[in-house]
Write a protein that binds this ligand. Structure first.
Ligand code: NDP
Length: 424
């Protein structure tokens, strides 16, 4: 990252955009899109949802300092919470020079066909598994284009569930599918609906439903980082002490759901901001992430932090349910521009970035919490929102913000008083 990015937050919006253009993070077309604050074409907005009335703008900014698998990344984030991007960029700086290292073992998505009334579920399971080749043939015919792209059905497993209430037995057939660059909800659902009649013919019973599962445990994406103690210390506390406190804070989040939820919400600040910026579905990602946080039978920290030699070592693994094509991603020009900014060409690449951002966000929050407390940084960044809330406009915003930051009590009354004094 060149020196042009120094004190990026102090530059004007125009200066920031010019730097992104000159450094080739934006091409001419994307630069114009950003510069003009182009709204979504009304036809596009109207075709995306029902009863569309207008659009709902949110700020889009960039997190800096990320080095992910040896590549410099500038990361677009759509978020309304003032401290998120600053905190994320700071944590990414701490993680240098090694940056974030990511890994993915498998990258398949899961669909489920839920059957009821199957006479002998155990025999039915064996029969289904023995017919993999025939089921694959049906699946391939249901969605030929994904086969041409190198994807399609890869594996079948089954599970049997007994209902406690009415002694009903469910036989669930799981299809593990390679959806290539897509998030895959529609691809999977199309394949499932193609395969379901064949399975019902094969084993009898009735299909209760056929739908993808958003719990993508075959698309686990891991990011790790290690921070030397000397980067963590401040005037009052040593880096080693802060590292040990971060380790302890994570252990605590594993014990207390009240803490774990807030701990993980901070991670999702980063994750969701990138998911939204790239036209992906934050509900799908969040649902899977929170379920994975409960994989040990209790809701716990999504991250692991521990002290090792002279380092604080962090790790985040999340099931990733995202795409780099399809759905709204291919329709929203801003999502395309944001993918271009990160040079994304596959959904795995995007997943690696999202999980690294989540890890960085957690580091930033924990470091603040176990040292200065979170409010110092939060309220400083919240000051400009307060200024706007009380009616400051144009140059007044910066002037009120500056004075608010120096005030002992940062609240709407103080902001109003400052604005009134300014206008006298
Ligand atoms: P799409 O239905 O848009 O399918 C993917 C599209 O991308 C296809 O048109 C495909 O073309 C095209 N494509 C181009 N290149 C590739 C490539 N390399 N790999 C894969 N596809 C490619 O999207 P998804 O199936 O991903 O479904 C996502 C949408 O479904 C999201 O909007 C989501 O919100 C929604 N949804 C979510 C649900 C959930 O999460 N539970 C449930 C239902 C819907 P081609 O057709 O030629 O293959």
């Amino acid at each position: 990252m060149t020196n042009l990015f120094n004190k990026f937050y102090k530059k004007t919006r125009d200066e920031r955009l010019s730097i992104l253009l000159s450094e080739h993070y934006l091409d001419d077309e994307d630069y114009c899109l950003f510069k003009t604050n182009s709204p979504l074409d009304n036809d596009v907005a109207n075709s995306l949802i029902e009863n569309q009335l207008t659009q709902f703008p949110l700020p889009l900014g960039v997190a800096l300092n990320f080095l992910i698998d040896g590549e410099e990344k500038i990361i677009p984030m759509v978020v309304e919470e003032p401290s998120v991007i600053a905190a994320c960029s700071n944590a990414a700086k701490l993680a240098r020079p090694n940056g974030f290292k990511t890994s993915i073992e498998t990258y398949l998505k899961r669909g489920q066909i839920i059957l009821t009334g199957v006479t002998n579920p155990n025999d039915a399971e064996k029969l289904i598994l023995s017919q993999f080749d025939k089921i694959k043939e049906v699946a391939d015919k249901a969605h030929p284009s994904i086969i041409k792209r190198g994807g399609g059905l890869k594996e079948i497993t089954c599970d049997i569930f007994e209902s406690e209430n009415d002694n009903d037995t469910f036989l669930t057939v799981y299809l593990l599918i390679d959806v290539q660059k897509a998030m895959g909800a529609n691809i999977i659902n199309t394949i499932l609906e193609g395969v379901t009649p064949f399975i019902v013919d094969l084993v009898g019973g009735e299909a209760l439903m056929s739908i993808l599962s958003n719990y993508n445990t075959e698309s686990l994406v891991t990011s790790t980082c290690s921070i030397p103690f000397n980067k963590l210390g401040n005037q009052t506390t040593s880096g080693k002490d802060i590292a040990q406190r971060i380790e302890k804070a994570t252990q605590y989040a594993n014990l207390d759901t009240y803490r774990a939820v807030t701990h993980n919400k901070g991670i999702m600040n980063g994750v969701d901001s990138v998911v939204i910026a790239t036209g992906n579905d934050p509900r799908a990602v969040s649902a899977a992430a929170h379920a994975y946080a409960s994989k040990n039978g209790a809701y716990q920290s999504m991250t692991e932090w521990h002290v090792q030699d002279e380092y604080l070592v962090g790790k985040l693994t999340l099931p990733m349910s995202i795409g780099s094509v399809g759905g709204a991603i291919s329709v929203l020009p801003m999502a395309q521009a944001n993918l271009n900014m990160m040079s994304i060409s596959t959904s795995e690449e995007l997943a690696r970035i999202i999980v690294s951002v989540g890890l960085a966000q957690n580091l930033a929050a924990l470091k603040a919490l176990v040292s200065d407390g979170i409010q110092k940084g939060h309220m400083t960044l919240h000051a400009s929102s307060l200024a706007i809330q009380v009616g400051a406009t144009g140059d007044e915003i910066e002037l009120v913000t500056e004075k608010l930051r120096q005030s002992p009590h940062m609240n709407t009354q103080t902001a109003t008083d400052i604005l009134n004094q300014l206008r006298q």
